[in-house]
Design a protein around this ligand. Structure first.
Ligand SMILES: [Ca+2]
Length: 312
């Protein structure tokens, strides 16, 4: 029955097909425009280095608190490292990532250190870092001046030693660290804790960096580099699993009146506008272009003409 339509004047059919495909094709063009999404962190927490001379619990965390932190403190000489992760599943697969911008809101800094301090992001993509981690119910609140060294880890918390602490299988502190064991980092603190003697080899060529300037009137800080875009690109297209970033402060800072530790609002912060925010600009997979649809239309018309010829 479909042959009867093609049996009409083929040039009229061709005209109709071309007009229709141009309209449809034109309508699809805006879908290829760059798009942008902003998401708040799906989880974040702090790893607190265990310092035997301190009275802290060896397995501390801050999974449910309203801040996470990074840097090196002066009082306890303790290194703290932040973890932050974003759910990027709303970015269509195969999209081309154009730019990435991570914004954190400063909520705490030492009274005795107003120096600009540098912070680095390291994607958890290298083999020794690529592990899922979690946040449990441990909580300290900057709004209650609970800056310190975190709270005792609960089930599911990431700690200096664990990716996901399990009180049953990991035991109570100070049960031994098992490198690479289930629920453990490969190295303490994810990157290793030899940094007290040997600072991490961080430089702009291998890591993302930004200066933090502690000054009146500035609360928000943004990291945005081509490297971060490449990392998000790998997460979006599935060539790497998204475990988020590790946030490091300057761990070489040490002195009675020097502390590189800074605190940032977490995804649990009461003020939603302060929570970690990742903005991703991307180009989605192009829709079929008008010219391609026109070609399809021409091919269809050609087939109709051929069919008409056979019938006639
Ligand atoms: Ca958290």
């Amino acid at each position: 029955m479909s042959h009867t339509r093609c049996g009409k004047n083929p040039w009229i059919v061709l005209g109709i097909v071309l007009a229709a495909t141009v309209v449809v094709g034109t309508a699809s063009v805006p879908a290829t425009a760059n798009q942008s999404i902003s998401v708040t962190a799906s989880q974040d927490t702090t790893l607190y280095a265990y310092r035997p001379n301190n009275a802290d619990n060896p397995f501390n965390s801050n999974g449910a608190g309203d801040f996470f932190s990074a840097g090196r403190t002066n009082k306890k000489d303790q290194i703290q490292r932040g973890l932050v992760q974003f759910d990027l599943s709303d970015i269509p697969a195969d999209s081309r990532i154009i730019s990435v911008s991570l914004r954190l809101r400063l909520v705490g800094y030492p009274q005795n250190d107003a120096n600009p301090r540098r912070f680095w992001l390291i994607a958890l993509t290298d083999a020794h870092l690529a592990q899922p981690w979690g946040e449990g119910a441990s909580a300290r609140y900057v709004i209650e001046e609970q800056h310190g060294s975190g709270a005792a880890a609960t089930a599911g918390d990431a700690t200096w030693y664990h990716t996901c602490y399990n009180p049953t299988t990991h035991g109570a502190p100070p049960s031994p660290f098992v490198s690479g064991g289930a629920g453990y980092w490969n190295q303490p603190g994810a990157l290793g804790d030899g940094t007290y003697a040997s600072p991490l080899p961080l430089d702009e060529g291998t890591t993302v960096d930004s200066n933090i300037y502690v000054e009146d009137g500035r609360n928000y800080y943004t990291w945005s580099t081509a490297r971060m875009a490449a990392e998000v690109q790998a997460w979006a297209n599935g060539s790497a699993t998204n475990f988020g970033w590790l946030l490091l402060g300057d761990e070489t800072v040490l002195g009675t009146n020097a502390s590189s530790k800074r605190e940032f609002a977490s995804s649990e912060h009461a003020d939603a506008a302060w929570r970690p925010t990742l903005t991703v600009e991307y180009a989605p997979v192009p829709e079929p272009a008008a010219w391609l649809l026109c070609l399809i239309g021409l091919a269809t018309a050609g087939a109709c003409r051929a069919a008409r010829g056979r019938i006639g």
